[in-house]
Design a binder for this molecule. Sequence first.
Ligand SMILES: N[C@@H](CCC(=O)N[C@@H](CS)C(=O)NCC(=O)O)C(=O)O
Length: 335
Amino acid sequence: MRIIATAIVAALALGAATTQAATLDQVKARGHLICGINPNLPGFGAPDAQGVHQGFNADYCRAVAAAIFGAGATPRFVPLTPTNRFTALQTGEVDILAHNTTWTMSRDTAIGLRLVGAMFYDGQGFMTKKGGPASAKDLNGASVCTQQGSTTELNAADYFRAQGYKYEPVSFQSSDEATAAFAAGRCDALTSDVTALLGERRKLKSPEDFAILPEVISKEPLGPTVRRGDDQWFEIARWTMFALMNAEELGVTKANVEEMTKSANPETRRLLGVEGEFGKTLGLPADWAKAAIASVGNYGEIFERDLGAGSALKLPRGPNALWTKGGLIFAPPIR
Ligand SMILES: N[C@@H](CCC(=O)N[C@@H](CS)C(=O)NCC(=O)O)C(=O)O
């Protein structure tokens, strides 16, 4: 009995040690980063015609891979659903999640995860068929299609409860199923993050027949997610995100990054590894941020290419503009 107990304790300790082990070392030994992504969200992670994952999340993963391995490094993408994404991260199947995950207190404190930060400010909305409910205030008694394992389900429950409305939630495993059911008339409304609704609407046969209602019922600060317990890995994930934001603020772009290493601006010099030992503190090469920017561009370039003017979604920067331009994107300084 005691032997079994000792074996269990040893196994648990080993298990804990494995999950705590430096993710950076594992990634380097393997030779590539493994990134969990949402394959169904246009502009964020959906694959292109060649089957290559593209979008805001995919580019963030490319930036992290480049920070570790150098410019042009390609991560391996593992497609995940909102339901299985956290297990994939907790079990080590992926090193990092870039999956439109909302930063909430329970996710950040209670389930062994760490939200890296807010990289995209979204909010939850509703889509209906034109001629149907035109405001969220018209949804009393409505059936609402949502996705399992998401904050979406919980926010919808909060919204209807707060309004004193009745509703019938109809929950699906994937966004494709939820959208197909909604399009087939199974629900009066589809609810999701507004950016996801915009993407889903484009998948419908006649997008112009559907409207996104004006109300936004929640805060959805979306960000990359890592396992709890590996501070170095958390810092790499976080400061890669901040480096992309700082690059936009400093005017460092994919095209001028090499030239900018000659900049006289001390902040730019520290960002690009010409001065200071910031790469070293992360366990990365001195040019970690330069490699990330050379691969995918700065935050603004990523946004415009994947979600903004250069994309099919044509999203305005809105709250995702830099703080210097009236938005919420604010990265602490590299110093
Ligand atoms: N941001 C919310 C919603 C997440 C969610 O439901 N995402 C959906 C669309 S916004 C998704 O990624 N679907 C991809 C799929 O079904 O495979 C959360 O973190 O819970």
